[in-house]
Design a protein around this ligand. Sequence first.
Ligand SMILES: [Zn+2]
Length: 248
Amino acid sequence: MRFTYDSYYSLLLLIKESGYEFANFDDWEGKKQCVVLRHDIDYDISKAVEMAEIEKNEDVKSTYFLLVSSGLYNIHSKESRKKIRHIIDCGHSIGLHFDEGAYTTEEYREGILNKILCEASILENAIGQSINIVSMHRPSREILEKNLKIPGMINAYDNTFFKKFKYISDSRRNWRESVEEIITSGKYERLQILTHAFWYMEEEKNLHDTIKDFIGSANIQRYGIYKDNFTNLESVVKFEEIADEGQC
Ligand SMILES: [Zn+2]
């Protein structure tokens, strides 16, 4: 599968043609043959918006998981909240993407359940709706083996979603197995498909260029944010100076 929007469209069509229904993490039970689509937003909410629109056009519902502890985006910023609202308006669900790595060993030991519930509540406040599902960002073996039961929340890493589902993911921009073959094989009643919108674009780029271009565009984004917070920024640092540096 190519990492383009067209390929993602084709993937959605293939899922439908292969007789699967789309389901969410909280309504799959009772569905005979279903696919749960999951998107972890590790770096960039804008890319998730693109994916959300593609799915909306195909009348497909999925779940987008947001980090509260990201160093790359801020769920409380006006821009982020607008994008998250857009994803919700496309008919999708929002979950918490929890990064245990954001905590010290001491904090971790104090109680990981409380950290998850606390982050869920922060996300709830930011987006104005309740959060009842969590997925883990780069989970350790320890957290996976715990098979955490979180009061009032569904854990996307609960054994259920691995034992009763075939799980496939494009982590590190690499499908370890052919997602198309798995869908068409008819071998699995239920699939959990994790994609990261970050890897997909109009024209495919390789892993190196995808990451390099993203990092390279940061100064342009920062310039825009600075401009909103510093009167007459142009008189001090011109946009052209930044744009030139940002070219990849
Ligand atoms: Zn992640």
